[in-house]
Ligand binder design. Structure first.
Ligand SMILES: Cc1cc2nc3c(=O)[nH]c(=O)nc-3n(C[C@H](O)[C@H](O)[C@H](O)COP(=O)(O)OP(=O)(O)OC[C@H]3O[C@@H](n4cnc5c(N)ncnc54)[C@H](O)[C@@H]3O)c2cc1C
Length: 353
């Protein structure tokens, strides 16, 4: 009997590691090829918001409803991934022996309107739930959504993949085609899966894919004594995200500047304004850290899941790649290993003529 073909996964961000783990867990022989530090790009630059309802409402996909459903594939997929999250995180924790706290106590929209299904936060409940919110802003609660810290999740998923037997090759991928990945260190044969995030369309063999980087800047604050934030708060052109140690992250810009890394005075000024408008006490916060990352964006805001000329692609997760990790890993592994179909609105070749 011939041995099964190995899998060669390109990119050790959250998606590459999650898919490598899923394939290895089901018996696959998996090699993960990464040119840099696993998880060091978008997957740890992210804020870690898990909010499919707010995201689908505030940033409707150009393809919303294209699958014939009322809510559109983005909202459906986000909710499905969020449903999978608690069990998936428990699996990652067990496999990696690392803790990944998941906070699903609701997210808040601070503005004149909230998304469908949200409820108005008023009076004593509002004062109890998030006392630092600017009093003049109406607030809306979306129950059951929340956040996690990607700087805890990404190393755990990477460690889980290693524990499942995934081998990591550190090399620049110079080209892909059906059955082969060419690297600076030689060629690797197997079923090829590209999870190269914002760089997907830079991989020779996939340059026709319309994946572009969209830079996001993030500011981390140490709030003044007595201030606490327990929920993600959207509003004033951005968002605030709590961290377990009391820090508050402020995000994020959406900039079409190619792969120019770094933060800018204008970007940080915008983030400060968001923070001060949502929670006036943050005017007295200490600025701890800033960073930027590249969202892998597509023309319709939806990921690319499927094959292009015999090469599997799981990329283009744009603003919601942390949220969509469990759904992507499970559904793409089902498609590769069992031939199950993926939603047609997500086809990786949907933009080719
Ligand atoms: C500022 C910011 C905030 C965000 N906030 C959220 C959020 O709150 N919630 C949410 O759900 N999502 C959020 N996102 C989006 C999310 O971070 C991304 O969609 C997701 O992390 C993409 O994961 P990935 O594994 O595809 O890409 P990445 O993490 O970027 O990994 C791609 C990997 O591929 C490697 N690679 C690329 N090309 C090659 C090559 N030729 N050879 C070898 N290796 C290669 C890279 O080195 C990299 O390690 C945010 C993104 C940003 C930038």
């Amino acid at each position: 009997m011939s041995s099964p073909r190995p899998f060669v996964v390109v990119g050790a961000g959250l998606h590459g590691c999650a898919l490598a783990w899923e394939l290895a867990r089901r018996g696959g022989d998996v090699v993960l090829v990464e040119r840099g530090v696993p998880g060091a790009e978008a997957s740890t630059a992210a804020a870690g918001i898990l909010a499919p309802t707010v995201e689908a409402w505030a940033h409707p996909s150009a393809a919303a409803g294209a699958d014939g459903s009322e809510e559109g594939v983005a909202a459906w997929m986000g909710r499905e991934s969020l449903r999978l999250y608690p069990a998936w995180v428990r699996q990652m924790e067990a496999a990696s022996q690392l803790r990944v706290p998941l906070n699903l106590g609701g997210v808040i929209v601070a503005g004149d309107a909230g998304p469908p299904g949200s409820r108005s936060l008023k009076g004593a409940e509002r004062a109890e739930v998030e006392p630092g919110l600017a009093p003049e802003r109406p607030a809306w609660m979306v129950d059951g959504e929340g956040w996690l810290d990607p700087k805890a999740l990404a190393p755990a998923v990477h460690a889980a993949a290693l524990a499942a037997g995934v081998r990591v090759v550190q090399a620049e991928v110079l080209g892909v085609r059906e059955g082969e990945v060419r690297t600076a260190a030689g060629a690797l044969q197997g079923v090829v899966v590209v999870c190269a995030g914002a760089w997907t369309a830079q991989v020779p063999g996939l340059t026709a894919l319309p994946v572009r980087p969209l830079r996001g800047q993030v500011l981390s604050l140490r709030p003044p004594a007595g201030f606490r934030l327990d929920h993600v708060v959207f509003g004033a052109g951005g968002y605030l995200v709590p961290r377990a140690d009391g820090r508050v992250l402020v995000g994020s810009t959406m900039e079409d500047v190619g792969f120019a890394r770094g933060v800018t005075p204008e970007g940080l000024a915008k983030l400060r304004a968001t923070a001060h408008q949502l929670c006036p006490q943050l005017i007295d916060a200490v600025e701890l850290e800033t960073w930027s990352g590249f969202r892998p964006s597509t023309p319709d805001g939806l990921p690319l899941l499927g094959t292009v000329h015999g090469v599997w692609v799981a990329s283009g997760h744009h603003r919601n790649g942390i949220l969509l990790a469990p759904y992507t890993a499970l559904s793409v592994a089902d498609a590769i290993l069992e031939g199950k179909s993926l939603p047609s609105a997500l086809r990786a070749d949907r933009f080719s003529a």
